[in-house]
Design a protein around this ligand. Structure first.
Ligand code: J2J
Length: 542
């Protein structure tokens, strides 16, 4: 009956045995974690967002109601559910409800639009889609209707807020007492993250209870999370960083408090920090720069903040050095990836390690290789390609043999695409990368995906998209275009790209028309070489 491609993440038995024996994998589940806290810390506040404050007992109760409601729709354990929610408390009741019902959340970003959601819906064979009525001026209900029109397998759209023609999350009324007792297997996939999409479309990253809970708990220890911590989710919580490093799940697993900010800007976040006594939060570098600019002028008391994590893209040492003097807290650099491996500077590291490196791996069993292009280890301190394997790094993407062939070695190492050097003690410094995506303020954009959109334009003969260094964003995207006939205006191309129903951050920041891509008769060159040549040409002109 169930014809869906199995969703699994499997480590070879000898690795699984080692990770269990070492105590990394504890063979428990997200449901068990929340059930335990509802008992031990039932009266403690778990989550604050908007005008809502829920205790652990309340969160567990709401998750049960959600679970019963999802199952009452006819969803079966193992079914996949697209979740596209902003930073609202219902994010947690929905997700823990899905865990309780053994349904699998697929985390999409609030910025995603029809093209991306349809891709995720098809690729995950999702049966339902959970949205908020609106966020940031965008109404998700018509989007959901369009998704259903294209992917009829999405039998249910559940809306937090006014549901319109869809199903209201608030109307869930099934009796939680009827919930099946059976829990997930800790080796099963708990949730699906999405890849930054270094080539082509984003890939699905299945994470198990065991591996994800390990990375979260180990992160809690490294980041000093205790039941007294208050974590501010400033970045969109669906991102792997604010979700798990240690993020909202870290805070929940520790019995601490999560404060959800509707926007990461200083004007929204600073009053929340003061009001809620926030102790730790995580930002991408451009936001950290804005906070550094705003902090000296603010009237809000930021003194509760102990740790500012910065990650998702490289934080330059000059900016890193300003964090302690300006914000009066400890900087923690975080270099992670939704596929697994996360590196942190430790809170008690010497100041130069904190400001000049991207940290070291979480786990002694994180195997980190730095290899040259021929696959040989580089001497310590020299730059090379980062490959990794470990107790919370995936062995493969969902249902994508071609991507898996490229991204994983035969012995299971994940090719991160990052170029790093290793310092004594295992500290990594990110030097660049070997793949061609654009890291725009922490959002990863696949050059290929954007080129494919551009090529659909009738007046575009060829297009190459490259990253360009940007003082604020870190990198911005630039599309080089050869026009078919008369060149349209760059503004017209941008306007047309907006009609492609993709996340706004993927629209090229800059458009440059050229007559041809290569002036010298070098014969056939790869797309990668072409992008490198064009980037170099642009940088020369600046
Ligand atoms: C340079 N590049 C970085 C850093 C990520 C924690 C933190 C971040 C992510 C994340 C995450 C970087 N300096 N400090 O999942 O749990 C780039 C690298 C990496 C890619 C992964 C987490 N931190 N990067 O950013 O899956 O190129 O995860 O391979 O979105 O971001 O992107 P993503």
């Amino acid at each position: 009956e169930n014809q869906k491609t199995p969703l699994a993440q499997v480590w070879p038995p000898e690795f699984a045995a080692r990770y269990r024996a070492a105590g990394y994998w504890q063979d428990d589940t997200f449901r068990q974690v929340l059930t335990g806290l509802a008992t031990t810390r039932g009266d403690a506040v778990a989550v604050v967002g908007g005008d809502q404050r829920w205790t652990y007992a309340e969160l567990a109760q709401r998750a049960d109601v959600a679970a019963a409601g999802f199952l009452a729709l006819g969803l079966q354990p193992g079914d996949r559910v697209l979740v596209q929610l902003p930073n609202i408390p219902e994010f947690l009741s929905v997700v823990f409800g899905l865990f309780r019902a053994r349904l699998i959340p697929i985390f999409t970003l609030p910025a995603h639009r029809l093209t991306e959601i349809v891709h995720f819906a098809r690729k995950s064979e999702a049966s339902a889609y959970v949205i908020a009525e609106r966020h940031d001026g965008f109404d998700y209900r018509p989007l959901a209707a369009s998704v259903q029109a294209e992917v009829p397998a999405i039998a249910h759209v559940v809306v937090v807020g006014d549901a319109g023609d869809h199903t209201a999350f608030d109307s869930f009324a099934a009796d939680p007492a009827q919930l099946p007792e059976e829990d997930a297997d800790p080796s099963d996939v708990a949730l699906v993250q999405i890849s930054g999409g270094s080539t082509g479309l984003s890939k699905l990253i299945p994470r198990t209870h065991n591996d994800y809970l390990y990375s979260i708990r180990a992160s809690n220890t490294i980041c000093g999370i205790t039941p007294d911590s208050v974590y501010l989710a400033a970045l969109p919580v669906a991102h792997n960083f604010p979700m798990s490093s240690p993020g909202v799940f870290g805070a929940i697993c520790a019995g601490a408090r999560v404060v959800l900010a509707p926007s990461p800007t200083a004007d929204v976040a600073f009053p929340l920090i003061a009001r809620e006594g926030v102790t730790i939060t995580g930002l991408v570098p451009p936001l950290a720069l804005l906070w550094l600019q705003a902090a000296p002028k603010t009237s809000h008391d930021l003194s509760s903040l102990q740790v500012l994590q910065v990650g998702g893209a490289k934080f330059m040492p000059e900016s890193a050095k300003r964090v302690r003097p300006v914000l009066g807290c400890t900087l923690q650099q975080v270099f992670g990836m939704a596929e697994g491996l996360v590196n942190y500077t430790r809170l008690d590291d010497p100041e130069d390690i904190i400001t000049d490196t991207q940290g070291r791996a979480i786990c002694p069993d994180d195997e980190v290789l730095i290899l040259d292009d021929q696959g040989n280890p580089v001497p310590e301190g020299e730059a090379g390609n980062l490959l990794t394997r470990g107790p919370y790094t995936i062995r493969g993407y969902h249902d994508d043999p071609a991507a898996n062939g490229r991204s994983f070695t035969d012995d299971g190492f994940y090719r991160t695409g990052d170029v790093v050097k290793r310092l004594p003690g295992g500290y990594l410094v990110v030097q660049g990368r070997s793949t061609d995506h654009i890291n725009r303020a922490g959002e990863k954009i696949s050059a290929e995906e954007i080129e494919d959109h551009l090529l659909a334009h009738p007046q575009i003969f060829d297009a190459a998209v490259v990253s360009v260094p940007d003082n604020f964003l870190g990198e911005r995207s630039c599309a080089f275009i050869i026009a078919e006939g008369e060149a349209p205006k760059p503004s017209a191309i941008k306007a047309w790209m907006r009609t492609r129903d993709i996340a706004v951050f993927k629209i090229p920041d800059q458009i440059v028309f050229v007559d041809e891509f290569v002036t010298t008769a070098v014969g056939k060159i790869s797309r990668k070489e072409l992008r490198a040549t064009l980037r170099a040409r642009l940088l020369e002109q600046e």
